[in-house]
Design a protein around this ligand. Sequence first.
Ligand code: PMP
Length: 431
Amino acid sequence: STSLALYFQQRKRERLQDQFEPRPIEIRIDEVVDGVAGLIGNTPLVRIKSLSDALGVEILGKAEYMNPGGSVKDRVALRIIEDAERQGLLYPHTASRIFEGTVGSTGISIATIAKARGYDATIIMPDDVADEKVKALQALGADVERVRPASIVDKKQFVNLARERAAHFGQDSISSHSAILQESSSVVVTTTAGDIIAPDHGVMTVQDQDELRSKPRGFFADQFENSSNYAAHFDGTGPEIWRQTNGRVDAFISGAGTGGTISGIGQYLKSMNEDVVVVLSDPEGSGLYNKVKYGVMFDQKEAEGTKRRHQVDTVVEGIGINRLTKNMDYGLSIISDAFRITDAEAVAMSRYIVQHDGLFLGSSSACNLVACIKLVKKMGWKEGQRIVTILCDSGNRHYSKVRLVLPNDDYLHRTDIPIDSKIIDDLLTAP
Ligand code: PMP
């Protein structure tokens, strides 16, 4: 009976292989792209061999860590800056300055694109963030300001500070004319000479416009509330996934920090096929799980988790949050299920995936992959289904703070997280 079981296993694998006809990735080797922005997006979809073979269900990861800035956030930073230029809030090469409050990869992406487009960048972050992130930002020419961690309702909280700094930067030099571009864009008329006539505001000549453009201004990127974040995924990442899978996707799984990824991709896939299941993977201490499952942000127990999340370094960085952002709200109604992923599970998966697949991934990617297994088990899927998830960034972003995979387990020993390599095997073999 052992050989019979092996035979069926073999047949199952062959069938899986037959069904797996990935659309060729758009090859860029013989194509010249224009600057660093041309390297953003069109990331491969990688079949996670170990998990797919063990489950009989295809687990496909969107390899966002292959973006030039090392994460999914390159798409967001590019779209935010391009949209701001279209709206006349930023003009390239004018000594304007982009401000953002971030602990994560967004700062690196903004600093990258800022340089490519002729802007300066100020990144404000809590002072307990890993040193290598600060060094990377400084290498990219960004000013880094580190402040004491504070609650979102505190004026000195890093996101609030970024908003405040942007509002005051270059304010004196912004002429009242800018209101014409910003407030009346739907009714302006441009003459053949290039003068802009806005009926309620007057006329802005070509010379006025040049003068305005030459003046520096501050711009707050605002990844949490700025809908350009959502749009980057709805117009970019979502359609890419749809093309790469020939539209055959059963489920999409993602964690949420700002919520842009899960909302944008989720809404796009749903718009193409409403049967696609969109699922949240949420780390310990985040309130989003309860929001999705029960419609409330957190109960008392969850509030304790919140405290822990802000006071101790967290194992999983980048996802999990305790307030409802605009970018999360865009997708909340289409998220049909959520899984809470423990730190121990995330750690175990980080190691498992290096050892079995040679993929060195960041901790939020590990959370997503654990959630994939949990969904397969919950749905009772046995073969042929296909789940797409996001591999947001690489493990090398997480060296100093979270030693998830390194043989040196100092960090984990200082926490109460068990290091148990059997966790994933147990999840995979569970009924
Ligand atoms: N993974 C990592 C490593 C991140 O830094 C972030 C963003 N903070 C996310 C996932 C979540 O993406 P989003 O902000 O689109 O929800």
